[in-house]
Design a binder for this molecule. Structure first.
Ligand SMILES: C[S@@+](CC[C@H](N)C(=O)[O-])C[C@H]1O[C@@H](n2cnc3c(N)ncnc32)[C@H](O)[C@@H]1O
Length: 284
């Protein structure tokens, strides 16, 4: 029997057979916010030009996970050719000031660095997410990280809302100048803190656990807090977000909650239904 603390979302019988929107419904005219079932390549051909301010791509990492399809079990050669194919289609749908975030494991990180630049984007950073839950190995170091490449269309013009994503850090040595705090404030807990610039190493974000209400059975679900950091930094209210390989819908759910328009694309209809359930929950 499931623990009473287990808050993993489960689809009801009715939700399991609910109809879904498909990429065939996407038109070159502004599509409605929603998560659409179907292939990313097909969707990218159908979406209107210059219409997304932020593109997030969380593709299969080719780890052999079961997403109900073979996308995570491709030969190395097929995987690279396939990833190049969808990356090449991103430029047309991005606005001139758009940002792009592409998630990957260390195995394909070097590949994505090259392929994103080949697709016309300017790389600005590699974020490393240190997950506290890793994949152990007997004859290798435990795989405990994921990379997220951050790129933009135009190095001079893009959104980056630094103030939205500054992090609170406790100050160990609170210096004073003429009796006044130098660059810190006193927290309500009586501890001195300052707001610091977020670095490209993210070690404060946990993977979704079964005790968390955002958790679904998706085997590679991203935490909402990670999506929130990306969206708060790289979009404004009303901006349009393209969530490729949306899985259980994490980036779309957060986009919706933050007042952004969004299109999610996911091949597995069951995951699309989880995304729909999560979206309905954010609207309650
Ligand atoms: C790493 S997971 C994404 C997880 C997602 N960000 C979340 O938080 O749940 C990759 C997803 O890509 C989907 N996928 C794989 N190939 C696809 C394709 N060609 N078109 C659309 N979705 C695809 C898989 O079914 C899987 O759900």
């Amino acid at each position: 029997m499931a623990s009473p603390l287990n808050r993993t979302l489960v689809l009801t019988e009715a939700e399991r057979t609910q109809s879904v929107h498909t990429v065939a419904e996407l038109t070159k005219r502004s599509p409605r916010s929603g998560v659409y079932a179907g292939d990313v390549l097909a969707a990218l051909e159908r979406l209107p030009s210059h219409s997304f301010d932020l593109i997030t791509a969380d593709p299969p990492y080719n780890y052999g996970l079961d997403f109900g399809n073979d996308s995570d079990r491709q030969s190395d050669r097929d995987y690279r050719a396939w990833a190049r194919a969808w990356l090449r289609l991103l430029w047309r749908v991005a606005t001139p000031t758009a940002s792009l975030y592409v998630c990957c494991g260390w195995e394909y990180s070097g590949f994505y660095q090259e392929a994103i630049a080949e697709a016309g984007f300017h790389l600005l950073n590699r974020i490393t997410w240190k997950r506290e839950k890793g994949r152990g190995a007997k004859k290798n170091w435990k795989q405990n990280m994921e990379d997220i490449w951050f790129a933009v269309c135009d190095k001079k013009h893009y959104t980056f809302n630094l103030e939205n994503v500054k992090l609170r850090k406790q100050v160990i040595a609170p210096y004073r100048e003429n009796g006044a705090p130098k660059d810190w404030r006193m927290g309500e807990d009586g501890k001195p803190f300052r707001m610091t610039h977020p670095s490209n190493i993210w070690s404060d974000l946990t993977v979704p656990f079964w005790s968390m209400p955002e958790n679904t059975p998706h085997p590679a679900q991203k935490p909402e807090a990670l999506a929130e950091r990306v969206l708060l930094a790289s979009t404004d209210r009303g901006d349009r977000v393209l969530d490729l390989f949306s899985g259980s819908g994490t980036f779309s759910v957060v986009a919706n909650r933050l007042g952004r328009k969004y299109i999610g694309i996911e091949m597995n209809e069951e995951y699309v239904r989880y995304a729909m359930k999560r979206l309905a929950m954010t609207e309650d």
